[in-house]
Design a protein around this ligand. Structure first.
Ligand code: HEC
Length: 112
């Protein structure tokens, strides 16, 4: 793991989860983000995720959920391995930066 300038920030993490450009989480999940009207139903509600999982489990799931579930449709947000159908810009890069991963984990931990 990389050294980080700052610890994860839950407010920034919430913005990433809500974003249709960055996280895209709400394509599949719903979350307690009332201002976002269209939320997903393909995956478990993120409400309560901070009670169901430890920070380490949340981090692992976001980084690469294929370790728990090889058939998962959830994108591996912090992995460069075995990514298919990625454009030239993303090849060899992770979707999230280390800081974004920390921010999203910090937000999910608040969902008790
Ligand atoms: C393409 C659909 C999709 C997207 C996009 C997606 N997920 Fe998921 N996610 C899933 C599915 C399906 C599961 C159920 C377990 C599995 O298949 O891995 C899951 C599981 C999870 C879990 C564990 C849920 C639980 O409590 O049981 C968390 C936490 C999670 N996702 C967070 C996120 C976050 C945060 C984002 C955005 C950064 C995101 N997911 C984006 C499909 C998605």
């Amino acid at each position: 793991m990389h050294a980080h300038a700052e610890p994860g920030d839950p407010a920034r993490g919430r913005a990433i989860v809500a974003s249709r450009q960055q996280g895209l989480c709400l394509l599949c999940h719903s979350a307690p983000i009332p201002e976002e009207r269209f939320q997903g139903t393909l995956a478990p509600d993120l409400a309560g995720a901070g009670s169901r999982w430890t920070a380490a489990q949340l981090r692992a799931k976001l980084a690469d959920g294929r370790r728990d579930n090889p058939a998962s449709i959830m994108p591996a947000y912090y992995s460069t391995e075995g990514l298919q159908q990625v454009g030239e810009t993303w090849r060899g890069r992770t979707i999230f930066t280390a800081q974004q991963l920390d921010d999203v984990v910090a937000y999910l931990e608040t969902l008790k």
